[in-house]
Every structure is written in structure tokens, then in C-alpha cells.
Design a protein around this ligand. Structure first.
Ligand SMILES: [Mn+2]
Length: 337
């Protein structure tokens, strides 16, 4: 057991009130890892008060998701009575907080159970458990097993959460971050309960029909340059058509993951949308394919980050044209033409 894990065990045993959080816009790995920690600890320590907070529910049904305490838009996450905070699927507070939140000022120990590369300077009360696994889900499962051995009972619900979290973050084992250990862990929980992968895939790929009108507006802007494509939506169109934030976000997610680089002859690209949480900023996401443009270098040039094939940044700009100019300039500097 690593030093940080031993410390985590000690803090869990000591704590009466434990708060579990994850990153903003939580994905399935965020939810599954939070729920595994919540379920695991609640079963081992029925007398502890364990609270999970998030600003939304997952978009597919997960075991025990009703245990999530939803933080409403006008509410903030601030230090309360907790004696320990566990954050999953993130390595730093910045990724977890909305502007008004003050929880990072907490004086109690904070443990980030993560799987991302991060290099944030250590601070006295924050700790990281991160063996660079496939997912926070895998890390949470392995850590609970190490800390509590047989006391950590893997039932159908935990087995389901482990499989969903891993399936989702590894793209059904397609991505390089899948290791032999990931597959062993998956097999181990599959023996307890087997999720229907086909059904999971089908359900998690659904998008609301309202996104269609937004997708149409995005496609009107589709531009292909060489082996790259891009799309954008302006604030004017969003306003004119009366699009809701959720619809725009869903359309954006659909196009970036399932459209941009699937056009014949296109291997990479980017897509732009306004950030609804910050009026002055725009989200830009890049996607690429193995063997083609490294999009991390472009995102880095624009003060963002990510991986070679999937990266993103936020750009302050008055309108969508300014964002495009900024991104295209960065691309011209980085990509040999
Ligand atoms: Mn993750």
C-alpha cells in the first residue's frame, strides 16, 4: 500500500462525516467512481455520514444514484461539517468548482482519487491516489480493495458501477489506457454480475431529439480544410432559434465525438461553442485519429490541454469569429502546411 493510501485509510477510520465530490460536468467515470466510494464506505461503516454532491444526475440509470445530493444552480459548495473530502476523477480543485464554490478553502484532509496526468504543487492538506489507471473507477475499486480487503464487499451494484465506469473511460477497451490489469479487474467483477454491454452502449449513445435543430445549425458551418474539419455556432443563432444550453451541449458532444473526424478524407478537427457558465469565454474541442495531427500541441498553444487525439481549451472572445481567427492562427503556426 502506498503512503497516501495508508493515510487515506486512517482518515476514513477517523472521520464521522465524509464528503464525496467529482469534477464539473461529471461523466460516467466520475459518477461511477463516486458511487463506488460511497457504496463501499457506507457498507463497511454504516454509522458514518457519507454525502455525495453533484450538480446533475448521470444521463443513464446507475445503482444508488438517488444517493447523490443535487447542488442547485443558486447553491454553492462550501465547507460544512465534513472531516474528510474525497474527490474522484480529478486531480485538482480547479476542475471541480464553480466560481461561487468555497469548498477548496477547507481545512480538512482532501484526497483526489484520480487517473489523469497532473502536476499541481502539493499543499499540506491535499493528497493524491493515482496509479495512472484506465479510469478513476478502476483506481477507486483497487484502492478500496487494498484498504479494506474482504470487508469491501463487491455486490451486483458495485460490479455494475465498475464495469460501466471502465467501459465508458476506455471506450469499451479501445483506448490505449486499457491495461491487462483493467481487463483482469473487469473479469473479476463480471464474475459477480455481468452488465449488458450492448444495452449500455445503446443507452449511453442516445441524445435528446431537441439536439437535432442545433446539429443542423452546426452542420451549416461545416468547413473542411485539407484533412481537417471544423464547426461552430454563434450566440446570435442560439438566441434567434431559442436553443437551450442543454441542447447545445448535447449537439456539441455528439458532433465532436461522432462526426468531425468521420467524414471521408478528414482525420481531425475542432468544434466551438459558447461557454454558458462564463459569458466571455468559448469552448473549443479538438479530436484526431492515431497517426494524424497531434491536437494536444494546438490546444497547448491556446493555453488548453489534453491528449494527442483529444484536447480542449477555453478562449475569451467577443464573438465566434474572433474564436475562429484565434484557433486558425494557432493551427497555422503549429501545423506544417
Ligand atoms: Mn475519468
Amino acid at each position: 500500500m502506498q503512503k497516501e493510501e495508508r493515510l487515506l485509510k486512517k482518515e476514513i477510520q477517523k472521520a464521522k462525516n465524509i464528503l464525496i465530490l467529482s469534477h464539473k460536468g461529471p461523466d460516467l467515470d466520475a459518477f461511477c467512481s463516486m458511487m463506488i466510494v460511497e457504496r463501499g464506505l457506507s457498507e463497511i461503516f454504516p454509522n458514518k455520514n457519507i454525502v455525495v454532491k453533484a450538480r446533475q444526475y448521470p444521463n443513464i440509470k446507475l445503482p444508488h444514484m438517488k444517493r447523490i445530493q443535487i447542488v442547485k444552480e443558486e447553491e454553492k459548495i462550501e465547507p460544512e461539517n465534513e472531516d474528510l473530502i474525497i474527490v474522484t476523477d480529478a486531480g485538482e480543485w480547479r476542475l471541480c468548482l464553480e466560481n461561487e464554490d468555497t469548498i477548496e478553502n477547507t481545512l480538512v484532509p482532501v484526497f483526489f482519487i484520480d487517473h489523469h496526468k497532473t502536476d499541481i504543487p502539493p499543499s499540506p492538506n491535499t493528497h493524491t491516489v493515482n496509479e495512472m489507471r484506465s479510469s478513476a473507477t478502476e483506481q477507486a475499486y483497487v484502492t478500496l480493495k487494498k484498504l479494506f480487503g474482504k470487508k469491501f464487499k463487491v455486490d451486483e451494484d458495485i460490479a455494475t458501477l465498475v464495469q460501466y465506469g471502465i467501459l465508458s473511460d476506455t471506450g469499451r477497451f479501445m483506448f490505449d489506457l486499457t491495461t491487462p490489469d483493467t481487463l483482469r479487474i473487469f473479469a473479476e467483477v463480471m464474475e459477480i454480475y455481468r452488465v449488458d454491454i450492448e444495452e449500455f452502449e445503446y443507452k449511453s449513445k442516445k441524445f435528446p431529439r431537441e439536439a437535432n435543430s442545433v446539429i443542423i445549425e452546426y452542420l451549416k458551418t461545416l468547413t473542411i480544410v485539407g484533412d481537417a474539419s471544423y464547426m461552430y455556432i454563434s450566440k446570435e443563432i442560439i438566441q434567434e432559434k431559442g436553443f437551450q444550453r442543454q441542447e447545445v451541449n448535447e449537439a456539441f458532444a455528439f458532433l465532436k465525438d461522432k462526426y468531425l473526424r468521420y467524414i471521408q478524407g478528414v482525420h481531425w478537427g475542432f468544434i466551438v461553442k459558447p461557454m454558458f457558465s462564463d459569458d466571455e469565454k468559448w469552448s473549443v474541442s479538438f479530436r484526431s485519429t492515431k497517426g494524424y495531427q497531434d491536437v494536444e500541441v494546438i490546444a497547448k498553444k491556446l493555453n488548453g490541454g489534453g491528449h494527442k487525439y483529444s484536447a480542449a481549451t477555453k478562449i475569451p472572445a467577443g464573438n465566434v469569429q474572433e474564436v475562429l481567427d484565434c484557433v486558425l492562427t494557432a493551427i497555422n503556426e503549429v501545423v506544417p502546411s
